[in-house]
Design a protein around this ligand. Structure first.
Ligand code: ZN
Length: 495
């Protein structure tokens, strides 16, 4: 009997459609690589028959024609071990299982080839044009992402798959189409996962785990994603429309100011409910947990929306500053959760101080003061390369604006000529307020060195200088005290 072998183009297509990796999801060995030495390659995989090439072979199907038996559809790419394994254990590896392996392996390879472009490269280069072209690239990638979503749904039509980009990483949302689907979950047992799962059962809080700590069984769709994801979130949202409203007391008067509201996904557990909302166009993640009596609220700034935006025009900057001040100063915060137009719960209290993220806000705030009057703006990069020195310098410069009546600074003055000595003596003699202009190099290396070698002039409209007049001599440095007056104003010019 002749064997209905695959021809070379079929073998190549089988191998390439799974990127030369073994299609057994528990193996996934790479099957091609370089020979030792400067050239050549070796292949350790093979095009295995799903149903056998000759009568009497494993899973032989009499219904197929010779052409069908040697066609692409009847092949699967496996490493040599797995190819041998499926032929020795026909019961353990039936046709439908192998077909599933093949589909999953192809989807996985599709995911590998369609990783969306990251915007790091574009954002680290200053200029709006680059950021725009990165967005274009992302929207082109969107088409490929839709194809991936459809091909994942084909693996298990009981689920709907949607893909979203947040920043540069795609996130997959997988929901049952109608009614619950039984899926078993294996969790790596540690204190953190146990605590998170408890909050999930009690309040419906979303669980977010490291991809390594969780594996799914019971659906080929999730089998394909096991080990491929960085984070996995589990949520049990109720099918209703919820809104979270946030108001904050102002610093001066203790009146509440409504800041924003956002749609929320509401989940419940056996002790209470929880909901997550995005406020300020996604710049603040608000999560609320309540047992009906007490509220637990966290407000976490998320700065993805700031990437590539000019520091002088950061979206929702003032609102985030109010949230930071509320947390820092312990101001009252009011939260209302409404479901389908009805008030579900309301509470007030103080926000916990999550320092994470507010440091960036502080830095941006001071940079805005310095850049305010200058024609220069700088774009917020994706990776912040701010050093402690940068923070110190920005802090000192911006700190000058707090100069107030009676506050003093000390600077060293070193006259170079008799004329300079004389004019210094004169201005000290009359002790009249004078304007002061300090010029120095900014030398801030954050933002890819954009601000290094920039000249900055700090002008203080009025200061009174004091020093020991007899110490003023050519070539001698002498400390001079500058005192601000009531009408002192500080301005910065970066050029
Ligand atoms: Zn294998």
């Amino acid at each position: 009997m002749p064997r209905d072998n695959f021809n070379k183009p079929v073998v190549e297509e089988l191998a390439r459609r799974v990127a030369f990796t073994c299609s057994n999801p528990d193996c996934r060995n790479q099957t091609v690589g370089p020979k030792t030495g400067p050239e050549g390659f070796v292949t350790t995989g093979e095009a295995a028959h799903i149903t056998a090439a000759a009568p009497g072979g494993p899973r032989y199907d009499t219904a197929l024609t010779a052409a069908e038996r040697s066609a692409f559809n009847n092949g699967i790419w496996l490493c040599r071990n797995c190819a041998a394994l499926i032929d020795r254990d026909v019961e353990g590896y039936p046709v439908d299982k192998l077909v599933q392996w093949k589909k999953t392996a192809e989807t996985r390879a599709l995911l590998g080839i369609n990783k969306p472009p990251t915007i790091d490269a574009a954002a680290s280069v200053p200029g709006r044009l680059n950021v725009l072209s990165a967005r274009d690239a992302l929207s082109r990638a969107g088409t490929a992402m839709t194809a991936i979503a459809r091909s994942l749904e084909e693996l298990d039509p009981r689920f709907r798959v949607t893909i979203a980009h947040d920043g540069s990483v795609p996130s997959f949302s997988i929901e049952p189409v109608d009614g619950p689907v039984n899926v078993s979950i294996n969790l790596r047992d540690n204190a953190k996962t146990r605590q998170q799962m408890q909050r999930f059962y009690e309040y419906g809080e979303r669980v977010t785990l490291d991809g390594k700590d969780i594996t799914f069984h019971g659906t080929p769709l999730l089998d394909g994603l096991n080990g491929e994801t960085r984070h996995v979130s589990i949520a049990n949202p109720l099918n209703c429309h919820a809104v979270v409203k946030l108001s904050v007391a102002s610093k001066k008067k203790n009146e509440l100011e409504f800041l924003d509201q956002g749609s929320a996904t509401l989940s419940s557990g056996n002790k209470g409910f929880s909901c997550d909302a995005q406020l300020f166009g996604g710049c603040l993640a608000l999560s609320v947990t309540s047992d009906g009596q007490r509220f637990h609220v966290t407000a976490t700034p998320t700065f993805e929306r700031w990437v590539g935006r000019g520091i002088k025009v950061l979206p929702y900057f003032d609102q985030l500053r109010k949230i930071r001040d509320a947390a820092r100063l312990g101001l009252q915060v009011d939260i209302v959760v409404e479901v389908e137009g009805q008030r579900l719960a309301a509470g007030h209290g103080k926000l916990p101080m999550t320092s994470l993220g507010y440091g960036l806000l502080d830095f941006a705030e001071e940079m805005r003061v310095i850049l305010h009057q200058s024609p220069i703006d700088i774009l917020m990069p994706k990776e912040l390369d701010i050093t402690a020195d940068d923070i110190d310098r920005v802090h000192q410069l911006a700190g000058l604006r707090h100069i107030s009546v009676g506050s003093t600074m000390t600077a060293t003055v070193e006259p170079q000529t008799e004329h300079e000595v004389e004019s210094l003596q004169n201005s000290l003699a009359v002790s009249r307020p004078t304007a002061m202009r300090l010029t120095q190099l900014l030398d801030i290396h954050a933002f890819g060195g954009l601000l290094s070698n920039k000249q900055i002039a700090v002008e203080i409209s009025e200061v009174v200088m004091t020093t020991r007049r007899k110490n003023i001599k050519v070539g001698q440095s002498v400390p001079v005290k500058f005192r601000a007056t009531r009408s002192s104003r500080v301005s910065y010019i970066v050029s």
